[in-house]
Design a protein around this ligand. Structure first.
Ligand code: NOJ
Length: 586
């Protein structure tokens, strides 16, 4: 599994100009972050400004802001009806400008969410395009239906969408169907039309001129549809071979880079759906000038079937294999364990369960810290999702009517059609729902967890009395303070930031890897990281124990920095405590 040393040297090259390699990013999902004053139970932009000091204190240098544009919210803002305007529930354009300015004062850059595979059906372009003679008709993908054997009209092809949905909607006014890979209120744009690309360039320029430092590009490897032919039969996203990572898609990314992005000091991180390593290499190859880095999904799907929907057994060895592949194949990675579409990582890979009254598992904190060690010792730009730094867990709802996520409801509908019993549907939805990540931020133990004054748009997890920012702020042993320590450790360490990645050992619950930085033929820095993904002690095999030597830099099980008595005693027996994570400087 290890990488030849020449490649390691390539990996070790530091591009100091790339500010985004040198900073820690933090994703804000605005509707759940912080409401200001007495408003409507939604987070907003003044709320974000209010919390900038907390982000600075954590060590954040980049914010990825999920959509705040005008939107009817069929998919919580990922359905944009005006790219140039701020939705009133988040504030005004003046608030947004103030956010750029206040963040800049603290040396925090902001990247915007660029959602351009589709717009809202309420976008002016789409409304106009419903008229077949409009110049906007070709902004979207309209198509006549096929005639079924019974003479009725049926959709143009057999594709299925990302929400397990039908992808064609018939529009009475037009007499044709339009394509929507997501919800029917999210019609796909037509990237064969140069006028669409022209408009997108204007949107990019607008936000870069306002002060954006780049973009997180939503589902950016599926925007170009090469053909509309039937897809191969598939359980999941049927038809994807006609639009995933197509040559036309690469060309558009290069064009946006050449004509707009290259003129600014900015970067892009692509969200790339079902991307494989070869596609990723093309998308991120520096010389091709497409994306600077990308979010892939494979590491979060090692214990899931059909994307993330159905759980299966976790194995640390599988996780290390997947991580090693991505770490070693790409020059630079976007590192993440959580975002607004994924379950909370401490509930997913850690000990994130809570008792009925919300009291967390005895290893909740330690496992959350171990996952911090993992995220902050990988090569790439770490993206922390709001609440991850305090170990927030999956929601504790008892029934589907508490769930807002359009995807969960769509999945439920499909499973019902397939006669899957209710208890199983609910078990799978609980494990996969995107609302797990979207419950409001738990700032304190007061009313509505300090998130808002009115009824929150989505129920707050009842464990907020135990898991919240305020109670962790001054507790040196908290998850929050561990994150701060890990961030500081990484930020002051060239090897943890830029060193090559080398897997050492893994079994079903133990994982050991190294980061190495040095000039060819010369001794350089080496760090060894060992993580126990279980509530049982883990024995380190003799052959791997040799690398756990030198200075213990950090352990989550005892003190933060320095040698821990407990580790000292355990070391001679080559034992990692339950959920322990350690970093050694060799
Ligand atoms: C990916 C986003 O992260 C997700 O939240 C959204 O539903 C889809 N893209 C569609 O925009």
């Amino acid at each position: 599994m290890s990488m030849p040393s020449r490649l390691c040297m390539v990996h070790s090259k530091i591009h100091m100009k790339d500010f985004w390699k040198d900073r820690i990013a933090y994703q804000i999902y605005p509707r759940s972050f912080q409401a200001s004053g007495i408003n409507n139970g939604h987070g907003d932009i003044p709320g974000i400004i209010f919390r900038l000091p907390e982000l600075k204190d954590l060590g954040i240098g980049i914010i990825w802001l999920s959509p705040v544009y005008k939107s009817p919210d069929a998919d919580n803002g990922y359905d944009i009806s005006n790219y140039y305007s701020i939705d009133s529930k988040y504030g005004t354009m003046a608030d947004m400008e103030r956010l750029f300015a206040e963040a800049a004062k603290r040396d925090i850059k902001i990247i915007m969410d660029l959602v351009i595979n589709h717009t809202s059906d309420e976008h002016d372009w789409f409304q106009k395009s419903r008229d077949p003679s409009s110049p906007y008709r070709d902004f979207y993908i309209w198509h006549p239906g096929k005639t079924a054997p019974n003479g009725k009209s049926m959709p143009p092809n057999n594709w299925r969408g990302f929400f397990m949905n039908e992808v064609w909607e018939f529009d009475e006014k037009s007499g044709e169907y339009y394509l929507h890979l997501f919800d029917k209120k999210q019609p796909d744009l037509n990237y064969k039309n140069p006028n669409v690309i022209k408009e997108i360039k204007n949107i990019l320029r607008f936000w870069l001129d306002k002060g954006a430092a780049g973009f997180r590009c939503d589902v950016i490897n599926i925007i170009y549809k090469t053909s509309l032919e039937d897809g191969k039969k598939s359980m999941a996203v049927q038809g994807i071979e006609h639009y995933k990572s197509q040559e036309g898609n690469h060309e558009i990314l290069r064009e946006l880079r050449r004509d707009v992005l290259d003129k600014y000091d900015c970067f892009t991180v692509g969200e790339t759906v079902m991307v494989d390593i070869d596609e990723a290499k093309l998308l991120c190859d520096k010389s091709r000038r497409e994306l600077d880095m990308l979010f892939y999904f494979e590491h979060l799907e090692i214990d899931r079937r059909i994307a993330r929907f159905i759980p299966k057994k976790f194995r640390a060895s599988k996780l290390l294999e997947v991580l090693a592949k991505w770490q070693q194949s790409l020059e630079w990675n976007a590192i993440y364990l959580e975002n607004h579409d994924q379950p909370r990582i401490v509930s997913h890979f850690g000990a994130g369960t809570c008792s009925r009254d919300g009291r967390p598992h005895k290893y909740w904190a330690r496992s959350a810290k171990m996952l911090a060690v993992l995220e902050l010792t990988l090569r790439g730009t770490p993206f922390i999702f709001q609440g991850q730094e305090i170990g927030m867990t999956n929601f504790d709802y008892k029934s589907l009517d508490k769930v807002n996520d359009v995807e969960s409801h769509s999945l439920n509908k499909l499973m019902k059609k397939m006669h899957i019993p209710g208890f199983l549907r609910w078990t799978w939805i609980k494990a996969s729902s995107r609302d797990n990540a979207r419950t409001p931020m738990q700032w304190d133990s007061g009313e509505n967890s300090g998130f808002c004054k009115a009824k929150p748009w989505l129920d707050i997890n009842s464990n907020y009395k135990y898991i919240n920012y305020a109670s962790q702020k001054d507790d040196p042993s908290s998850v929050l303070n561990f994150y701060k320590t890990m961030i500081a450790l990484r930020q002051n360490n060239e090897c943890l930031k830029y060193g090559g990645f080398f897997p050492v050992f893994a079994d079903k619950r133990l994982m050991i890897y190294q980061r190495r930085l040095g000039k060819e033929g010369m001794a350089g820095a080496v760090y060894t990281i060992a993580l126990n993904f279980s509530s049982r002690k883990a024995k380190i095999p003799k052959k791997a124990a040799a690398v756990l030597a030198g200075e213990l830099v950090i352990s989550n099980a005892e003190k933060f920095i320095g040698k821990s008595a407990q580790w000292g005693a355990a070391l001679s027996n080559r034992i990692l405590l339950p959920w322990e994570g350690v970093v050694f400087k060799n």
